[in-house]
Structure formats: structure tokens, C-alpha cells
Write a protein that binds this ligand. Structure first.
Ligand SMILES: Nc1ncnc2c1ncn2[C@@H]1O[C@H](COP(=O)(O)OP(=O)(O)OP(=O)(O)O)[C@@H](O)[C@H]1O
Ligand SMILES: [Mg+2]
Length: 202
């Protein structure tokens, strides 16, 4: 199976100006959607390595749709809405994690650095995330504290961790296809990633 970005060249292009940028990773820039503050748009950060920079967005698009088809609750994952045209090329529209005031939520790394979460709280939240990932056989392929964001609680539920990157696979390749068809293999991948990364998270 090949994985690709759907045809969107007919769409008008959205202008993403610098004031809308809310995050930057190694491969993608994350902008607030100019027409909906509840959504963000992820675009390739390096135009000379555009295809490589889009790989994680392609994986997320297929994987989140796959999870929805399996009726998996997206408790610790952002929702994904589709693709739009931007001046940086195709961008993936996703749910934006924000605080009640509308400012961007913190990554786990920022929350620990700023003393908003202590290690004990972070440890409990990570355990909850892991239990969900193992229960539903979610592939976590890049577990790090900048790929997790803190979703504020809503009165009934306390704050929780949300995966904003690094799910499904590292690349849209044969392993990604296998993860979607062989759930024990997915669980094995997540358990292994957890063992390798958990100490560096805290
Ligand atoms: N859904 C979201 N809501 C709010 N902010 C987000 C969201 N997704 C990403 N961000 C912000 O943008 C940053 C970069 O996004 P992301 O991790 O997806 O980029 P990346 O290039 O794929 O990362 P990496 O360097 O791990 O490959 C995050 O660390 C976070 O600060
Ligand atoms: Mg990241």
C-alpha cells in the first residue's frame, strides 16, 4: 500500500503568517488555523526536504483515520480533520491543544521545566497514557517530552497527556501497514519504545 496526500490543488491557499506559529519541531512547523483557534495546521519546515518533512503528517492522517474506523477513543491523541493548501504546500489540519484562556497548552517538557507539574504528577499521567496505548494497541514510535502536551482538566476529569506527534510509525512504510494489521506487533513496539525512553522523559 502506498500512502499519499490527497489532491487539494484546487483549494484556495491559506496564508500562515509568523504571528500564528505556535510550535516548531525538527521537520514541521505548527500554526494556529487562521479561521479557527481550536485547530492547528502542520506544514513542512524545510522546503528542500519537503517530502521527508511531510512523512509524519501522512502517517498521522492515515493512522488517526484507521483508529477512528476501529472506534478507538482519542482520549490521549489529537483529532485530525483533513488537508489544506498553504504557502508552504499541503498542511494537515488537527485539533489544537489550548488552555481555557485560549493560549497554547504546554508540552510535557515545558510543564516540568516551569514547575507546573511535579514528577509524581507526570509519572501518574504517563501511566494513564501507557494503559490507554496498550489497551487499544496504539503505536507510539517517538516518545519524548516535546511530543506530549498537557490537556487541561474540565472539572470532571483532571489534566491529561495528549500525543501530538510520533504515533503510528516513523515512516509511511511496510512496517506502518503491519502495525495497522497486527495489533500484538503494535503493542510490542510501544512497550519497547516506552522502556527505552521513559527515563529521559522525567
Ligand atoms: N495539536 C497541537 N496543539 C498545540 N500545539 C502543538 C500541537 N501539535 C504540535 N504543537 C506544538 O508544535 C511543536 C512541534 O510539533 P511536532 O512535534 O508535531 O513537530 P515535528 O517536527 O513533527 O517534531 P519532531 O521534532 O519531534 O519530529 C510541538 O512541540 C508543540 O509545541
Ligand atoms: Mg515533535
Amino acid at each position: 500500500m502506498t500512502y499519499c496526500i490527497p489532491e487539494i490543488s484546487e483549494q484556495a491557499s491559506l496564508e500562515l503568517d509568523d504571528s500564528l506559529r505556535i510550535g516548531r519541531g525538527n521537520k514541521r512547523d505548527c500554526y494556529m488555523h487562521p479561521k479557527d483557534a481550536g485547530q492547528c495546521i502542520k506544514v513542512a519546515r524545510h522546503q528542500d526536504r519537503w517530502e521527508e518533512c511531510q512523512e509524519q503528517s501522512i502517517v498521522e492522517w492515515y493512522y488517526i483515520n484507521h483508529l477512528k474506523a476501529r472506534c478507538v477513543p482519542l482520549t490521549h491523541l489529537i483529532d485530525c480533520y483533513g488537508w489544506v493548501n498553504t504557502q508552504y504546500g499541503a498542511g494537515l489540519v488537527m485539533e489544537r491543544i489550548q488552555e481555557d484562556s485560549g493560549v497554547s497548552a504546554l508540552t510535557l517538557r515545558q510543564a516540568i521545566q516551569q514547575g507546573r507539574l511535579n514528577r509524581h504528577q507526570a509519572h501518574d499521567m504517563l501511566n494513564e497514557l501507557k494503559a490507554w496505548a496498550i489497551k487499544y494497541a496504539i503505536v507510539i514510535a517517538d516518545l519524548n517530552a516535546a511530543n506530549l502536551m498537557v490537556r487541561p482538566g474540565d472539572g470532571e476529569r483532571g489534566a491529561s497527556l495528549v500525543l501530538v506527534d510520533g504515533v503510528g510509525s516513523r515512516r509511511p512504510d511496510w512496517k506502518f501497514t503491519l502495525y495497522q494489521h497486527c495489533l500484538p506487533f503494535s503493542r510490542m513496539k510501544t512497550r519497547r519504545q516506552w522502556k527505552r525512553q521513559i527515563d529521559s522523559l522525567l
